[in-house]
Design a protein around this ligand. Structure first.
Ligand SMILES: Cc1cc2nc3c(=O)[nH]c(=O)nc-3n(C[C@H](O)[C@H](O)[C@H](O)COP(=O)(O)O)c2cc1C
Length: 142
């Protein structure tokens, strides 16, 4: 049995691309070590993230994340028990509002593709549906 949790928050105004890059390369390693997988989107200074793993590990990590002063208004959108991971193959962060050269393709195209993905991706649980719907809302909002 695993546990998944999806949350949203607002990045602090002076969080720059470098901070985000540092955050994401570090996360992946830390999460791997804790057996946590997930996905995160940052757009228009808002984060939407999902974490999955052993309940105790996810809750502990989330309690740190909640206290991180690089973001505010941290809110849990949904959480629950799952029998299978869904985000093992995902990169931790999609970052699509940090200038135009980051993603190696036109930002709008990347965004459109990601919106399509939110429709297409299989959503086996309530929490993952909330995650993908929130990602879509975030991307569609200007
Ligand atoms: C939006 C956001 C998401 C985060 N997600 C993770 C994460 O998935 N894994 C992780 O280890 N730290 C994550 N962090 C960082 C943690 O809040 C915390 O800084 C880190 O886990 C503790 O390591 P440190 O004390 O070495 O910085 C996140 C921070 C923010 C602002």
């Amino acid at each position: 049995m695993f546990f998944e949790l999806t949350y949203t928050s607002k990045a602090i105004p002076n969080l720059d691309a470098n901070d985000v890059f540092l955050l994401q390369s570090k996360y992946r390693e830390l999460n791997d070590r804790k057996g946590i997988s997930g996905c995160q989107v940052l757009h228009n200074n808002r984060f939407v993230g999902i974490l999955e793993g052993k309940e105790i590990k996810v809750r502990k990590l989330f309690s740190w994340i909640e206290e991180d002063d690089r973001h505010i208004d941290v809110t849990i959108l949904a959480n629950g028990l799952i029998d299978q991971r869904q985000f093992e193959q995902w990169n931790m962060i999609f970052q699509i509002d940090m200038g135009d050269s980051k993603v190696g393709m036109n930002e709008q195209l990347f965004k459109d593709n990601l919106i399509s993905l939110t429709h297409l991706v299989e959503k086996r649980t309530y929490t993952s549906r909330i995650f993908w719907n929130s990602v879509r809302e975030l991307l569609e909002k200007e």
